[in-house]
Design a protein around this ligand. Structure first.
Ligand SMILES: Cc1cc2nc3c(=O)[nH]c(=O)nc-3n(C[C@H](O)[C@H](O)[C@H](O)COP(=O)(O)OP(=O)(O)OC[C@H]3O[C@@H](n4cnc5c(N)ncnc54)[C@H](O)[C@@H]3O)c2cc1C
Length: 475
Protein backbone atom coordinates (compact mmCIF):
# COMPACT_ATOMS: atom_id res chain seq x y z
CA UNK A 1 0.00 0.00 0.00
CA UNK A 2 1.30 3.52 -0.87
CA UNK A 3 1.40 6.25 1.76
CA UNK A 4 -0.41 8.82 -0.38
CA UNK A 5 -2.50 8.80 -3.57
CA UNK A 6 -3.26 12.16 -5.16
CA UNK A 7 -6.14 12.18 -7.68
CA UNK A 8 -5.91 14.89 -10.36
CA UNK A 9 -2.76 16.51 -11.79
CA UNK A 10 -3.79 20.18 -11.93
CA UNK A 11 -1.96 22.76 -9.81
CA UNK A 12 -3.51 21.46 -6.56
CA UNK A 13 -2.67 17.81 -7.25
CA UNK A 14 0.82 18.49 -8.54
CA UNK A 15 1.70 20.58 -5.48
CA UNK A 16 0.17 18.01 -3.16
CA UNK A 17 2.20 15.19 -4.74
CA UNK A 18 5.39 17.26 -4.68
CA UNK A 19 4.95 18.24 -1.05
CA UNK A 20 4.04 14.72 0.08
CA UNK A 21 7.03 13.16 -1.70
CA UNK A 22 9.31 15.92 -0.43
CA UNK A 23 8.31 14.97 3.12
CA UNK A 24 9.32 11.37 2.41
CA UNK A 25 5.89 9.84 1.68
CA UNK A 26 5.66 7.13 -1.00
CA UNK A 27 3.36 9.00 -3.38
CA UNK A 28 1.32 8.16 -6.47
CA UNK A 29 -0.28 10.83 -8.68
CA UNK A 30 -3.09 9.58 -10.89
CA UNK A 31 -4.93 11.74 -13.38
CA UNK A 32 -7.65 11.33 -15.99
CA UNK A 33 -5.85 13.10 -18.82
CA UNK A 34 -2.56 14.97 -19.20
CA UNK A 35 -0.33 16.42 -16.48
CA UNK A 36 -1.09 20.09 -15.69
CA UNK A 37 -4.88 19.97 -15.52
CA UNK A 38 -7.13 22.87 -16.41
CA UNK A 39 -4.49 25.52 -15.75
CA UNK A 40 -1.99 24.23 -18.29
CA UNK A 41 -4.30 22.73 -20.89
CA UNK A 42 -7.72 24.36 -20.94
CA UNK A 43 -7.79 27.49 -18.73
CA UNK A 44 -5.24 30.19 -18.00
CA UNK A 45 -2.49 29.17 -20.45
CA UNK A 46 -4.57 28.83 -23.66
CA UNK A 47 -6.93 31.67 -22.73
CA UNK A 48 -4.00 33.95 -21.98
CA UNK A 49 -2.49 33.10 -25.37
CA UNK A 50 -5.72 34.16 -27.08
CA UNK A 51 -5.81 37.28 -24.90
CA UNK A 52 -2.26 38.08 -26.02
CA UNK A 53 -3.36 37.81 -29.65
CA UNK A 54 -6.24 40.20 -28.86
CA UNK A 55 -3.73 42.59 -27.26
CA UNK A 56 -1.48 42.46 -30.35
CA UNK A 57 -4.46 43.33 -32.55
CA UNK A 58 -5.33 46.36 -30.44
CA UNK A 59 -1.68 47.44 -30.36
CA UNK A 60 -1.52 47.10 -34.13
CA UNK A 61 -4.57 49.35 -34.39
CA UNK A 62 -2.62 52.05 -32.50
CA UNK A 63 0.27 52.10 -34.94
CA UNK A 64 -1.22 54.89 -37.09
CA UNK A 65 -1.49 57.13 -34.01
CA UNK A 66 2.31 56.90 -33.72
CA UNK A 67 3.00 57.56 -37.39
CA UNK A 68 3.55 53.94 -38.42
CA UNK A 69 1.61 52.85 -41.49
CA UNK A 70 0.88 49.16 -41.98
CA UNK A 71 -2.08 47.36 -43.48
CA UNK A 72 -5.05 46.40 -41.31
CA UNK A 73 -4.31 43.39 -39.04
CA UNK A 74 -5.97 40.21 -40.31
CA UNK A 75 -6.47 37.23 -38.02
CA UNK A 76 -5.77 33.71 -39.30
CA UNK A 77 -7.61 31.73 -36.60
CA UNK A 78 -6.26 28.25 -37.43
CA UNK A 79 -2.71 29.68 -37.21
CA UNK A 80 -3.55 31.26 -33.87
CA UNK A 81 -4.85 27.92 -32.60
CA UNK A 82 -1.61 26.29 -33.75
CA UNK A 83 0.23 28.90 -31.68
CA UNK A 84 -2.00 28.09 -28.69
CA UNK A 85 -1.08 24.40 -28.99
CA UNK A 86 2.60 25.32 -29.33
CA UNK A 87 2.44 27.45 -26.15
CA UNK A 88 0.63 24.73 -24.19
CA UNK A 89 3.27 22.19 -25.25
CA UNK A 90 6.12 24.60 -24.47
CA UNK A 91 4.76 25.43 -21.01
CA UNK A 92 4.30 21.71 -20.30
CA UNK A 93 7.77 20.80 -21.57
CA UNK A 94 9.38 23.49 -19.42
CA UNK A 95 7.39 22.74 -16.29
CA UNK A 96 9.83 22.64 -13.40
CA UNK A 97 7.08 20.92 -11.40
CA UNK A 98 7.21 17.93 -13.72
CA UNK A 99 10.98 17.62 -13.33
CA UNK A 100 10.71 17.88 -9.53
CA UNK A 101 7.91 15.31 -9.39
CA UNK A 102 10.04 12.88 -11.37
CA UNK A 103 13.19 13.55 -9.35
CA UNK A 104 11.33 12.94 -6.08
CA UNK A 105 10.27 9.51 -7.33
CA UNK A 106 6.50 10.14 -7.48
CA UNK A 107 4.75 7.44 -9.53
CA UNK A 108 2.68 9.31 -12.14
CA UNK A 109 -0.22 7.69 -14.02
CA UNK A 110 -1.32 10.08 -16.79
CA UNK A 111 -4.32 9.36 -19.06
CA UNK A 112 -5.66 6.90 -16.50
CA UNK A 113 -9.28 7.89 -17.17
CA UNK A 114 -11.73 8.72 -14.41
CA UNK A 115 -10.68 7.44 -10.98
CA UNK A 116 -13.34 6.34 -8.48
CA UNK A 117 -13.43 5.15 -4.92
CA UNK A 118 -14.19 1.44 -4.55
CA UNK A 119 -13.37 1.46 -0.83
CA UNK A 120 -12.25 3.92 1.82
CA UNK A 121 -8.56 3.40 0.95
CA UNK A 122 -8.90 2.05 -2.60
CA UNK A 123 -9.47 3.63 -6.01
CA UNK A 124 -9.87 2.18 -9.49
CA UNK A 125 -9.39 3.96 -12.79
CA UNK A 126 -11.05 3.54 -16.18
CA UNK A 127 -7.69 2.35 -17.53
CA UNK A 128 -7.84 -0.61 -15.10
CA UNK A 129 -5.51 0.51 -12.30
CA UNK A 130 -6.40 -0.50 -8.74
CA UNK A 131 -4.48 1.51 -6.13
CA UNK A 132 -4.50 1.60 -2.33
CA UNK A 133 -3.05 4.14 0.11
CA UNK A 134 -3.13 5.16 3.77
CA UNK A 135 -4.18 8.70 2.77
CA UNK A 136 -5.85 10.07 -0.35
CA UNK A 137 -5.93 13.68 -1.58
CA UNK A 138 -8.71 14.53 -4.05
CA UNK A 139 -7.82 17.36 -6.46
CA UNK A 140 -10.18 16.81 -9.39
CA UNK A 141 -10.93 20.50 -10.02
CA UNK A 142 -14.11 22.02 -11.39
CA UNK A 143 -16.34 22.15 -14.44
CA UNK A 144 -18.76 24.54 -16.12
CA UNK A 145 -22.26 24.79 -14.68
CA UNK A 146 -25.00 23.72 -17.06
CA UNK A 147 -28.39 25.42 -17.32
CA UNK A 148 -31.42 23.15 -17.05
CA UNK A 149 -33.26 24.62 -20.01
CA UNK A 150 -34.40 23.05 -23.28
CA UNK A 151 -31.80 23.25 -26.04
CA UNK A 152 -28.84 23.70 -23.67
CA UNK A 153 -26.92 21.14 -25.76
CA UNK A 154 -26.84 23.72 -28.58
CA UNK A 155 -24.59 25.99 -26.50
CA UNK A 156 -20.82 25.94 -26.06
CA UNK A 157 -18.26 26.47 -23.31
CA UNK A 158 -14.97 28.37 -23.42
CA UNK A 159 -13.20 25.07 -24.25
CA UNK A 160 -15.08 24.80 -27.55
CA UNK A 161 -13.10 27.78 -28.85
CA UNK A 162 -10.24 25.31 -29.46
CA UNK A 163 -12.43 23.37 -31.88
CA UNK A 164 -13.64 26.30 -33.99
CA UNK A 165 -12.09 26.55 -37.42
CA UNK A 166 -12.86 30.24 -37.83
CA UNK A 167 -14.01 33.20 -35.77
CA UNK A 168 -17.83 33.16 -35.59
CA UNK A 169 -19.57 36.17 -37.12
CA UNK A 170 -21.56 36.72 -33.95
CA UNK A 171 -21.64 35.32 -30.44
CA UNK A 172 -23.96 35.42 -27.44
CA UNK A 173 -21.97 35.19 -24.22
CA UNK A 174 -24.17 34.20 -21.32
CA UNK A 175 -22.70 34.97 -17.91
CA UNK A 176 -20.51 37.99 -17.22
CA UNK A 177 -18.18 36.70 -14.51
CA UNK A 178 -14.44 36.29 -15.07
CA UNK A 179 -14.70 33.64 -17.83
CA UNK A 180 -17.61 35.22 -19.72
CA UNK A 181 -16.04 38.67 -19.93
CA UNK A 182 -12.77 37.17 -21.18
CA UNK A 183 -14.51 35.25 -23.94
CA UNK A 184 -16.50 38.39 -24.88
CA UNK A 185 -13.46 40.66 -24.91
CA UNK A 186 -11.18 38.27 -26.85
CA UNK A 187 -13.70 37.43 -29.57
CA UNK A 188 -14.73 41.09 -29.86
CA UNK A 189 -11.08 41.88 -30.67
CA UNK A 190 -11.11 39.04 -33.22
CA UNK A 191 -14.07 40.64 -35.01
CA UNK A 192 -17.13 38.73 -33.73
CA UNK A 193 -20.28 40.75 -33.00
CA UNK A 194 -20.73 40.13 -29.28
CA UNK A 195 -23.76 40.39 -27.01
CA UNK A 196 -22.98 39.79 -23.33
CA UNK A 197 -25.80 38.74 -20.97
CA UNK A 198 -25.90 38.94 -17.20
CA UNK A 199 -28.99 37.90 -15.24
CA UNK A 200 -27.95 39.98 -12.20
CA UNK A 201 -27.84 43.76 -12.01
CA UNK A 202 -24.22 44.21 -13.08
CA UNK A 203 -21.42 42.45 -14.92
CA UNK A 204 -18.48 41.23 -12.79
CA UNK A 205 -20.67 41.01 -9.67
CA UNK A 206 -17.79 40.18 -7.33
CA UNK A 207 -15.77 43.24 -8.33
CA UNK A 208 -16.01 46.71 -6.84
CA UNK A 209 -19.10 48.46 -8.26
CA UNK A 210 -16.97 51.15 -9.92
CA UNK A 211 -15.00 48.41 -11.71
CA UNK A 212 -18.17 46.74 -13.04
CA UNK A 213 -19.47 50.09 -14.31
CA UNK A 214 -16.17 51.09 -15.94
CA UNK A 215 -15.66 47.72 -17.68
CA UNK A 216 -19.30 47.72 -18.88
CA UNK A 217 -18.89 51.24 -20.29
CA UNK A 218 -15.58 50.37 -21.99
CA UNK A 219 -17.09 47.19 -23.46
CA UNK A 220 -20.05 49.15 -24.87
CA UNK A 221 -17.65 51.71 -26.31
CA UNK A 222 -15.70 48.92 -28.05
CA UNK A 223 -18.86 47.51 -29.65
CA UNK A 224 -19.89 44.76 -27.21
CA UNK A 225 -23.59 44.99 -26.45
CA UNK A 226 -23.91 44.56 -22.68
CA UNK A 227 -27.26 43.37 -21.29
CA UNK A 228 -27.66 43.41 -17.50
CA UNK A 229 -30.72 42.28 -15.53
CA UNK A 230 -31.85 40.11 -18.45
CA UNK A 231 -34.44 38.08 -16.56
CA UNK A 232 -34.78 34.31 -17.00
CA UNK A 233 -33.26 32.29 -19.81
CA UNK A 234 -35.97 29.88 -21.01
CA UNK A 235 -34.52 27.90 -23.93
CA UNK A 236 -32.13 27.67 -26.86
CA UNK A 237 -33.19 26.71 -30.38
CA UNK A 238 -31.32 25.85 -33.56
CA UNK A 239 -31.61 28.38 -36.44
CA UNK A 240 -30.36 28.06 -40.04
CA UNK A 241 -27.30 30.16 -39.16
CA UNK A 242 -26.69 29.29 -35.53
CA UNK A 243 -28.64 29.47 -32.32
CA UNK A 244 -31.49 31.46 -30.77
CA UNK A 245 -31.80 32.23 -27.04
CA UNK A 246 -35.27 32.85 -25.64
CA UNK A 247 -35.59 34.73 -22.38
CA UNK A 248 -38.26 36.40 -20.34
CA UNK A 249 -38.10 39.60 -18.33
CA UNK A 250 -41.01 40.90 -16.24
CA UNK A 251 -43.45 38.70 -18.18
CA UNK A 252 -42.16 39.88 -21.56
CA UNK A 253 -40.61 37.26 -23.88
CA UNK A 254 -37.66 38.21 -26.10
CA UNK A 255 -35.15 36.34 -28.21
CA UNK A 256 -31.72 36.96 -29.69
CA UNK A 257 -29.78 35.05 -32.33
CA UNK A 258 -26.14 34.54 -33.17
CA UNK A 259 -23.81 32.08 -34.85
CA UNK A 260 -22.72 30.71 -31.47
CA UNK A 261 -23.80 30.88 -27.81
CA UNK A 262 -21.13 30.45 -25.14
CA UNK A 263 -22.39 29.80 -21.62
CA UNK A 264 -20.20 30.71 -18.64
CA UNK A 265 -22.60 30.84 -15.71
CA UNK A 266 -20.53 29.37 -12.93
CA UNK A 267 -18.03 26.74 -11.94
CA UNK A 268 -18.98 23.56 -10.09
CA UNK A 269 -16.97 20.86 -8.33
CA UNK A 270 -15.91 18.06 -10.64
CA UNK A 271 -16.98 15.06 -8.57
CA UNK A 272 -18.44 13.18 -11.54
CA UNK A 273 -17.72 9.48 -11.37
CA UNK A 274 -15.60 9.70 -8.19
CA UNK A 275 -18.12 7.74 -6.05
CA UNK A 276 -17.29 9.91 -3.05
CA UNK A 277 -20.12 8.33 -1.05
CA UNK A 278 -18.31 4.97 -1.15
CA UNK A 279 -15.51 6.58 0.86
CA UNK A 280 -17.91 8.53 3.10
CA UNK A 281 -16.78 11.90 1.71
CA UNK A 282 -19.54 14.51 2.04
CA UNK A 283 -20.27 17.47 -0.22
CA UNK A 284 -21.88 20.80 0.72
CA UNK A 285 -25.18 22.20 -0.59
CA UNK A 286 -23.37 23.56 -3.69
CA UNK A 287 -21.78 20.18 -4.45
CA UNK A 288 -18.24 21.12 -3.38
CA UNK A 289 -16.32 18.70 -1.15
CA UNK A 290 -16.79 19.70 2.49
CA UNK A 291 -13.41 20.40 4.16
CA UNK A 292 -12.28 21.92 7.44
CA UNK A 293 -9.48 24.43 7.81
CA UNK A 294 -6.93 21.58 7.43
CA UNK A 295 -8.58 20.54 4.15
CA UNK A 296 -9.62 17.28 5.80
CA UNK A 297 -12.90 15.86 4.50
CA UNK A 298 -15.64 14.10 6.49
CA UNK A 299 -13.48 10.95 6.15
CA UNK A 300 -10.35 11.86 8.17
CA UNK A 301 -7.76 10.08 6.00
CA UNK A 302 -9.09 11.78 2.83
CA UNK A 303 -8.18 15.39 2.04
CA UNK A 304 -9.29 17.69 -0.78
CA UNK A 305 -7.58 20.66 -2.43
CA UNK A 306 -8.14 23.18 -5.23
CA UNK A 307 -11.32 24.07 -7.15
CA UNK A 308 -13.12 20.99 -5.81
CA UNK A 309 -13.35 22.69 -2.38
CA UNK A 310 -15.09 25.76 -3.83
CA UNK A 311 -12.61 28.20 -2.28
CA UNK A 312 -11.23 31.00 -4.40
CA UNK A 313 -11.01 29.12 -7.71
CA UNK A 314 -7.63 30.24 -8.97
CA UNK A 315 -4.21 28.72 -9.55
CA UNK A 316 -2.42 30.39 -6.58
CA UNK A 317 -5.16 29.13 -4.22
CA UNK A 318 -4.99 25.62 -5.70
CA UNK A 319 -1.22 25.58 -5.18
CA UNK A 320 -1.57 26.75 -1.58
CA UNK A 321 -4.32 24.19 -0.96
CA UNK A 322 -2.22 21.35 -2.39
CA UNK A 323 0.68 22.25 -0.10
CA UNK A 324 -1.53 22.46 3.00
CA UNK A 325 -3.47 19.25 2.26
CA UNK A 326 -0.29 17.23 1.67
CA UNK A 327 1.40 18.60 4.79
CA UNK A 328 -1.61 17.58 6.87
CA UNK A 329 -1.99 14.21 5.17
CA UNK A 330 1.62 13.32 5.99
CA UNK A 331 2.07 14.99 9.38
CA UNK A 332 -1.47 15.01 10.73
CA UNK A 333 -3.76 18.04 10.76
CA UNK A 334 -1.44 20.83 11.92
CA UNK A 335 -1.28 23.41 9.13
CA UNK A 336 -4.37 25.51 8.51
CA UNK A 337 -5.20 27.68 5.54
CA UNK A 338 -4.29 31.14 6.74
CA UNK A 339 -5.91 34.39 5.71
CA UNK A 340 -4.11 35.34 2.58
CA UNK A 341 -3.93 38.35 0.35
CA UNK A 342 -5.15 37.19 -3.06
CA UNK A 343 -4.94 39.52 -6.04
CA UNK A 344 -7.47 38.65 -8.74
CA UNK A 345 -7.66 40.02 -12.24
CA UNK A 346 -8.45 39.38 -15.85
CA UNK A 347 -6.78 40.11 -19.16
CA UNK A 348 -9.73 41.72 -20.89
CA UNK A 349 -9.68 45.03 -22.79
CA UNK A 350 -9.58 47.00 -20.56
CA UNK A 351 -7.96 44.81 -17.93
CA UNK A 352 -9.40 44.87 -14.42
CA UNK A 353 -8.02 43.61 -11.13
CA UNK A 354 -8.57 43.76 -7.41
CA UNK A 355 -6.99 42.89 -4.11
CA UNK A 356 -8.49 43.16 -0.63
CA UNK A 357 -11.96 44.51 0.10
CA UNK A 358 -14.32 46.25 -2.29
CA UNK A 359 -15.42 49.69 -1.14
CA UNK A 360 -18.89 48.50 -0.13
CA UNK A 361 -17.49 45.48 1.80
CA UNK A 362 -14.90 47.69 3.51
CA UNK A 363 -17.61 50.16 4.58
CA UNK A 364 -19.48 47.37 6.41
CA UNK A 365 -16.67 47.02 8.95
CA UNK A 366 -14.38 50.05 8.66
CA UNK A 367 -14.40 53.83 8.49
CA UNK A 368 -12.85 54.17 5.04
CA UNK A 369 -11.16 56.76 2.88
CA UNK A 370 -11.30 56.00 -0.85
CA UNK A 371 -8.88 57.72 -3.23
CA UNK A 372 -8.94 57.57 -7.02
CA UNK A 373 -6.51 58.48 -9.79
CA UNK A 374 -7.77 58.28 -13.34
CA UNK A 375 -5.67 56.85 -16.15
CA UNK A 376 -6.18 60.01 -18.24
CA UNK A 377 -4.12 61.95 -15.69
CA UNK A 378 -0.93 59.89 -15.47
CA UNK A 379 2.07 60.40 -17.69
CA UNK A 380 2.72 56.83 -18.78
CA UNK A 381 -0.87 56.09 -19.76
CA UNK A 382 -0.96 59.33 -21.79
CA UNK A 383 2.34 58.42 -23.51
CA UNK A 384 1.00 54.98 -24.40
CA UNK A 385 -2.43 56.23 -25.45
CA UNK A 386 -4.09 54.05 -22.78
CA UNK A 387 -6.19 56.66 -20.98
CA UNK A 388 -9.20 54.51 -20.09
CA UNK A 389 -9.34 53.40 -16.48
CA UNK A 390 -8.54 54.30 -12.89
CA UNK A 391 -6.83 53.09 -9.75
CA UNK A 392 -8.85 53.22 -6.54
CA UNK A 393 -7.29 52.68 -3.13
CA UNK A 394 -9.34 52.15 0.00
CA UNK A 395 -7.65 53.07 3.28
CA UNK A 396 -8.70 52.62 6.89
CA UNK A 397 -9.20 55.95 8.69
CA UNK A 398 -8.06 54.47 12.02
CA UNK A 399 -4.99 52.41 11.09
CA UNK A 400 -4.11 54.21 7.81
CA UNK A 401 -3.63 50.74 6.31
CA UNK A 402 -4.66 49.79 2.80
CA UNK A 403 -7.83 47.71 2.79
CA UNK A 404 -8.31 47.28 -0.93
CA UNK A 405 -7.12 48.32 -4.36
CA UNK A 406 -9.16 48.18 -7.57
CA UNK A 407 -7.82 48.96 -11.00
CA UNK A 408 -9.33 49.16 -14.46
CA UNK A 409 -7.08 49.78 -17.47
CA UNK A 410 -3.82 48.79 -19.11
CA UNK A 411 -1.61 46.60 -16.85
CA UNK A 412 -4.27 46.58 -14.11
CA UNK A 413 -3.31 43.04 -13.12
CA UNK A 414 0.38 43.92 -12.70
CA UNK A 415 -0.38 47.12 -10.75
CA UNK A 416 -2.50 45.13 -8.34
CA UNK A 417 0.34 42.72 -7.56
CA UNK A 418 2.25 45.63 -6.00
CA UNK A 419 -0.81 46.66 -4.02
CA UNK A 420 -1.07 43.05 -2.79
CA UNK A 421 2.48 43.20 -1.48
CA UNK A 422 1.73 46.52 0.27
CA UNK A 423 -1.38 45.02 1.89
CA UNK A 424 0.43 41.81 2.90
CA UNK A 425 3.22 43.92 4.42
CA UNK A 426 0.54 45.89 6.33
CA UNK A 427 1.87 49.14 4.91
CA UNK A 428 0.22 52.45 5.74
CA UNK A 429 -0.80 54.64 2.83
CA UNK A 430 1.88 57.22 3.71
CA UNK A 431 4.55 54.46 3.64
CA UNK A 432 3.45 53.52 0.13
CA UNK A 433 3.31 57.17 -0.94
CA UNK A 434 6.94 57.66 0.14
CA UNK A 435 8.39 54.98 -2.14
CA UNK A 436 9.88 56.79 -5.15
CA UNK A 437 8.57 54.40 -7.80
CA UNK A 438 10.12 54.75 -11.26
CA UNK A 439 8.77 57.39 -13.63
CA UNK A 440 6.93 57.11 -15.97
CA UNK A 441 5.47 53.71 -15.14
CA UNK A 442 2.04 52.16 -14.75
CA UNK A 443 2.89 51.14 -11.18
CA UNK A 444 3.65 54.76 -10.32
CA UNK A 445 -0.08 55.39 -10.07
CA UNK A 446 -0.05 53.50 -6.76
CA UNK A 447 2.23 55.94 -4.97
CA UNK A 448 0.17 58.80 -6.31
CA UNK A 449 -3.18 57.39 -5.19
CA UNK A 450 -1.62 56.53 -1.81
CA UNK A 451 -0.47 60.14 -1.52
CA UNK A 452 -4.02 61.38 -2.11
CA UNK A 453 -5.37 59.02 0.57
CA UNK A 454 -2.59 60.06 2.97
CA UNK A 455 -3.39 63.75 2.52
CA UNK A 456 -7.08 63.02 3.07
CA UNK A 457 -6.04 61.37 6.34
CA UNK A 458 -3.92 64.43 7.25
CA UNK A 459 -0.76 62.36 7.15
CA UNK A 460 2.42 64.14 6.19
CA UNK A 461 3.72 63.19 2.76
CA UNK A 462 6.95 64.83 1.60
CA UNK A 463 6.98 65.95 -2.01
CA UNK A 464 10.45 64.52 -2.70
CA UNK A 465 9.10 61.04 -2.89
CA UNK A 466 5.46 61.73 -3.42
CA UNK A 467 5.48 62.06 -6.17
CA UNK A 468 7.66 62.41 -9.16
CA UNK A 469 4.45 61.78 -11.05
CA UNK A 470 2.56 64.50 -9.17
CA UNK A 471 5.29 67.11 -9.35
CA UNK A 472 5.66 66.49 -13.07
CA UNK A 473 2.02 67.41 -13.51
CA UNK A 474 2.47 70.51 -11.36
CA UNK A 475 5.24 71.99 -13.54
C1 LIG B 1 -11.23 29.88 -18.94
C2 LIG B 1 -10.51 29.88 -17.64
C3 LIG B 1 -9.52 30.81 -17.41
C4 LIG B 1 -8.86 30.81 -16.18
N1 LIG B 1 -7.90 31.76 -15.97
C5 LIG B 1 -7.25 31.78 -14.80
C6 LIG B 1 -6.21 32.74 -14.56
O1 LIG B 1 -5.92 33.58 -15.40
N2 LIG B 1 -5.55 32.70 -13.38
C7 LIG B 1 -5.85 31.78 -12.42
O2 LIG B 1 -5.21 31.80 -11.36
N3 LIG B 1 -6.84 30.86 -12.61
C8 LIG B 1 -7.53 30.83 -13.76
N4 LIG B 1 -8.51 29.90 -13.96
C9 LIG B 1 -8.83 28.96 -12.86
C10 LIG B 1 -7.81 27.82 -12.77
O3 LIG B 1 -7.66 27.18 -14.01
C11 LIG B 1 -8.25 26.82 -11.70
O4 LIG B 1 -8.52 27.50 -10.49
C12 LIG B 1 -7.17 25.77 -11.43
O5 LIG B 1 -6.85 25.07 -12.60
C13 LIG B 1 -7.67 24.78 -10.34
O6 LIG B 1 -6.70 23.79 -10.14
P1 LIG B 1 -7.11 22.34 -9.63
O7 LIG B 1 -5.83 21.59 -9.47
O8 LIG B 1 -8.02 22.44 -8.47
O9 LIG B 1 -7.99 21.70 -10.79
P2 LIG B 1 -7.71 21.46 -12.34
O10 LIG B 1 -6.66 22.34 -12.88
O11 LIG B 1 -9.06 21.50 -12.97
O12 LIG B 1 -7.15 19.98 -12.41
C14 LIG B 1 -7.95 18.87 -12.09
C15 LIG B 1 -7.31 17.61 -12.62
O13 LIG B 1 -8.04 16.47 -12.18
C16 LIG B 1 -8.25 15.57 -13.27
N5 LIG B 1 -9.45 14.81 -12.95
C17 LIG B 1 -10.72 15.24 -12.86
N6 LIG B 1 -11.55 14.24 -12.45
C18 LIG B 1 -10.78 13.15 -12.30
C19 LIG B 1 -11.03 11.82 -11.87
N7 LIG B 1 -12.24 11.40 -11.47
N8 LIG B 1 -9.99 10.98 -11.86
C20 LIG B 1 -8.73 11.35 -12.20
N9 LIG B 1 -8.44 12.62 -12.57
C21 LIG B 1 -9.44 13.50 -12.61
C22 LIG B 1 -8.37 16.48 -14.48
O14 LIG B 1 -8.12 15.80 -15.68
C23 LIG B 1 -7.29 17.53 -14.14
O15 LIG B 1 -6.02 17.09 -14.53
C24 LIG B 1 -9.20 29.86 -15.18
C25 LIG B 1 -10.19 28.92 -15.43
C26 LIG B 1 -10.85 28.93 -16.64
C27 LIG B 1 -11.94 27.92 -16.89
Amino acid sequence: MMDIIVIGAGPAGVLAALRAADMGARTTLVTRAEFGGMAANDGPVPVRTLAHAARLIRQARQLGQYGIDVSKPMLDYPRLLARVREVVTDVGANSSFRRQIDSLGVTVHEHAGVARFVGRHTIETESGLRLQAEKIIVCTGGMSRRLSVPGFELTNTHSDAWNLTSVPLSMLVIGAGATGVQVASIFNAFGSRIELFQTGPRILPSEDEDVSAAVAAAFQESGIVVHENVGTIESFEKTPTGVRMNFCKSGERTSVEAALAVVAVGWLANTTGLSLATAGVETDHRGFVKVDKYLQTSTPHIFAAGDITGHLMLVPQAIQDGFVAATNAVRGPTMSLGDQVSPIGSFTDPEYAQVGLTESKARETHDVVPAVVRFDSTTRTIIDGRKVGFCKLIADRKTYRILGCHVVGERAVEITQLAAIAIAAKMRVDDLAHIPLSFPTYAGILARVAGIAARELNLKVSLKAHQVENSWHQF
